[in-house]
Design a protein around this ligand. Structure first.
Ligand SMILES: *Cc1c(COP(=O)(O)O)cnc(C)c1O
Length: 368
């Protein structure tokens, strides 16, 4: 049985007519940028994310970049980020001229370890950017308490965890202003690049909206050095349809994760995902760890099972960040995760027989 890492067809096929109708509506409207689809998506997504405001933007990286800009974070400032995140979190900090300060994750949850944050706070620290990695909510109560104590802002990177919760509160609604991604492979994906910003603060919302559209409040009047970082009407129309399915897709991802947990239990050399107390996990990725990662990945590939590594090189060891002067051994937990993690196939609509086949192949590899 050939199993790809991701199968968009299974998710998209049942909704093809709805998506085609959404496209036709935009096509016939002859209005392609900043129209009714974008406005509708902003209110629909804000309602889903239980915040007062959302801004539809071009992608997740731009969402984080704008979020930092709205808080006037810039040169000389320090922003705390997890050491094991996707590069976009760190790039956004670099774009505004601030310095990323890495904090190691908890090795159980792979999310930033709140108990290690206070040690790196200096007079230059302006913000904390927790990343709800792989789909699991960070320990937001502890993070918000630290932020309050030191008067820092919080920007959640919610690209992987739309719909996750911590203590029953939804991710993307804790921080002062937060970014998310609707990259096709994310839990809520457009048919191209798209992203979003969420906030409860009207002034941050207004500024983010203005920055995303050339810094203009009145056409051809520029109040700020803004960007062209808008979501287009087609992507908003697609996302308006797909948002209705998101809760079902998250439930399906959680069910698939339960199948994996069941069929992969009792393999000594394989570490399964752990969910923290009070957190929920939306399983954007189902990530296992083993010392034999590379051999397992090859074995699965030989058996036509697609896997990926999220992520093989932590940001501090990337050439792009050699100027930070960090080297191997400086952030050992991030490095350990990079060397041992493996993401198994998961997509809404995946069947239990797929999971059983993958689990059996993994058991063959470990000879159990
Ligand atoms: C995908 C992702 C981003 C960036 O989103 P894009 O839409 O690809 O720009 C940022 N942070 C994390 C954690 C992501 O997974």
């Amino acid at each position: 049985m050939k199993i790809p890492f991701l199968n968009f067809g299974a998710t998209h096929h049942p909704m093809k007519n709805e998506m085609m109708n959404a496209f036709e509506k935009v096509y016939d409207s002859n209005w392609f940028v900043l129209g009714e689809q974008v406005s509708a998506f902003e209110s629909n997504y804000a309602a889903f994310n239980q915040v007062k405001h959302a801004v539809a933007v071009s992608n997740g990286l731009d969402a984080l970049h704008i979020a930092l800009k709205t808080l006037n974070i810039g040169p000389g400032d320090e922003v705390i980020v997890p050491s094991n995140t996707f590069i976009a979190t760190v790039l956004a900090v670099s774009y505004v001229g601030a310095s990323p300060i890495f904090v190691e994750p908890n090795i159980q949850t792979y999310n930033i370890d709140p108990s290690k944050i206070e040690a790196v706070i200096t007079s230059k620290t302006k913000a904390i950017m927790p990343v709800h990695l792989y789909g699991q909510a960070c320990e937001m109560d502890a993070i918000m308490q630290i932020a309050e104590k030191y008067n820092l802002t919080v920007i959640e990177d919610n690209a992987q965890a739309q719909g996750a919760t911590y203590n029953n509160k939804i991710t993307g609604s804790f921080g002062h202003i937060n970014g998310t991604s609707f990259y096709p492979g994310k839990n809520l994906g457009a048919l191209g690049d798209a992203g979003g910003i969420t906030t409860n603060e009207p002034t941050l919302f207004e500024k983010a909206k203005v920055l995303s559209n050339y810094g203009t409040r009145v056409k051809y009047v520029n109040d700020e050095i803004g960007f062209n970082m808008r979501m287009d009407e087609c992507q908003a129309a697609f996302l308006n349809v797909k948002l209705n399915y998101l809760p079902t897709w998250i439930a399906q991802r959680q069910e698939i994760a339960n199948w994996y947990n069941h069929h992969l239990s009792n393999i000594n050399e394989l570490i399964l995902p752990n969910v923290a107390e009070n957190a929920t996990h939306t399983y954007h990725l189902y990530v296992v760890r083993t010392e034999k990662r590379d051999a397992l990945m090859n074995y699965l590939s030989e058996h036509e099972i697609g896997t990926l590594i999220h992520y093989p090189i932590p940001p501090h060891l990337q050439k792009a960040y050699s100027n930070l002067g960090l080297s191997k051994g400086d952030l050992p937990i991030a490095e350990e995760i990079a060397d041992t993690c493996l993401s198994l196939p998961i997509w809404p609509g995946m069947q239990e027989e797929h999971v059983v086949h993958i689990a059996n192949t993994i058991k063959q590899f470990f000879q159990v």
